[in-house]
Design a protein around this ligand. Structure first.
Ligand code: AMP
Ligand code: AHG
Ligand code: MN
Ligand code: MN
Length: 355
């Protein structure tokens, strides 16, 4: 029987077992005056769904790669595409929890409105980066939790979901990468938990994540350059150290360009690297995606909440993401995430203060 990874870590070798996600959430409940335990139960249900998805994401990938015939049921389910499967898992587990008055998914046209007075709204992207599944590149799951305004007095409605991101009470993402990391916040900082697959437990691996004030890496799909507005093109040249006529390197202080370039094409992977190392990620609007590509409610808002909890910034290029008032469930928004200074520099180009 292979030893569980958590027993191999130096701290555990000394007989100290790391903090599990369950314990972390329980501590949060004890710190929350008057908590009934519903929120805790909801987070535990989300953790269950994530662990089920993790096991299938890996199995599906394996079957895909090695053409395992032994896993025909996986093959069968792969007919049921992975983003549909992950959607079903999250919908099923969240509905069963009984805590959700409203459940909305990138994969469902309409929000599910419960016939009970569930206190919470959960909005999610069940499988982010799905175009990368068959290339075995990091993919993920993203979610946000809101509390309904008057749960006992009102029936669940779409209006409960169309709230600004500043009202989020919990948000997180899972990156199914070389390891499975779950980054989550309930408003008291952003914390990373790594899954020990041998025992199916998440252990606190990155407590209180802080985004560096400024980074040295930028992340954007340069293939869209010709479609960007002139101000975004100016920023893209600046970040690559291409000097406009008459500008001296001093004019760029305190920034040291050119920045390095990294782009995975899965928001969870590009966002996680930016959260951990600093720098900037941007998916601006362009002549093809006129309001941007990423969705406000279950991609931009949860990521913005986490970045701000980690001392970073998140805008649509100009305004704070968490202050945007949603009008539609699947509306798209330009998204800029990263170190405060780098997001501020980007904004200077958008508003014309830098050329
Ligand atoms: P509840 O009564 O369990 O629905 O919790 C009420 C509110 O207290 C939640 O909406 C959270 O804002 C906060 N809270 C409750 N449990 C926790 C927890 N485990 N971690 C962080 N905040 C919590
Ligand atoms: P999803 O797979 O949930 O539709 O999200 C894909 C998104 C996001 O993960 C990523 O940042 C972006 O698509 C990449 O888009 P491009 O391929 O146009 O760069
Ligand atoms: Mn996505
Ligand atoms: Mn998706």
């Amino acid at each position: 029987m292979s030893e569980s990874l958590s027993s191999l870590r130096p701290s555990a070798a000394a007989g100290v077992v790391g903090t599990t996600l369950r314990e972390h959430v329980l501590n949060g409940m004890h710190a929350a005056k008057g908590a009934t335990g519903e929120f805790t139960s909801l987070l535990n249900h989300i953790s269950l769904a994530i662990r089920i998805i993790n096991s299938r994401v890996r199995a599906a990938g394996l079957a895909d790669l090695l053409g395992y015939t032994g896993e025909t049921n996986v093959q069968g389910e792969s007919v049921q595409k992975l983003d549909a499967f992950t959607n079903d898992v999250l919908m099923n587990v969240l509905e069963r929890s009984g805590h959700c008055g409203v459940i909305a998914s990138e994969e469902n046209d309409e929000a599910l409105l419960a016939d009970h007075h569930g206190k919470y709204v959960v909005l999610f992207d069940p499988l982010d980066g799905s175009s990368n599944i068959d290339t075995n590149v990091g993919i993920g799951t993203i979610f946000a939790v809101l509390r309904r305004q008057e749960p006992k007095l009102s029936r669940p409605s779409l209006a409960d979901a169309l709230r600004p991101g500043r009202e989020i009470v919990a948000a997180g993402y899972v990156l199914y990468g070389p390891s499975t990391i779950f980054v989550m916040s309930t408003g008291q900082g952003a914390h990373g938990f790594t899954l020990d697959p041998s025992i199916g437990e998440f252990f606190l691996s990155n407590p209180d994540i802080k985004v560096p004030e400024r980074g040295s890496c930028y992340s954007i799909n340069e293939g869209n350059f010709s479609r960007w507005s002139p101000s975004i093109q100016n920023w893209a040249r600046w970040v690559k150290g291409i000097h406009p006529v008459g500008e001296s390197p001093d004019d760029r202080a305190p920034f040291t360009t050119p920045y390095g370039a990294r782009y995975v094409g899965s928001l969870v992977a590009d966002a996680h690297r930016t959260l951990m190392k600093g720098g900037i990620f941007a998916y601006p609007a362009d002549s093809k995606s006129k309001t941007g590509k990423l969705r406000l409610l279950y991609e931009a808002n949860p990521m913005a909440f986490l970045f701000e909890q980690a001392g970073g910034a998140a805008t649509d290029g100009k305004d704070r993401i968490l202050d945007l008032m949603p009008t539609e469930l699947h509306q798209r928004v330009p998204l800029v995430l990263g170190s405060k200074d780098d997001v501020a520099a980007y904004r200077q180009f958008v508003v014309g203060e830098r050329k």
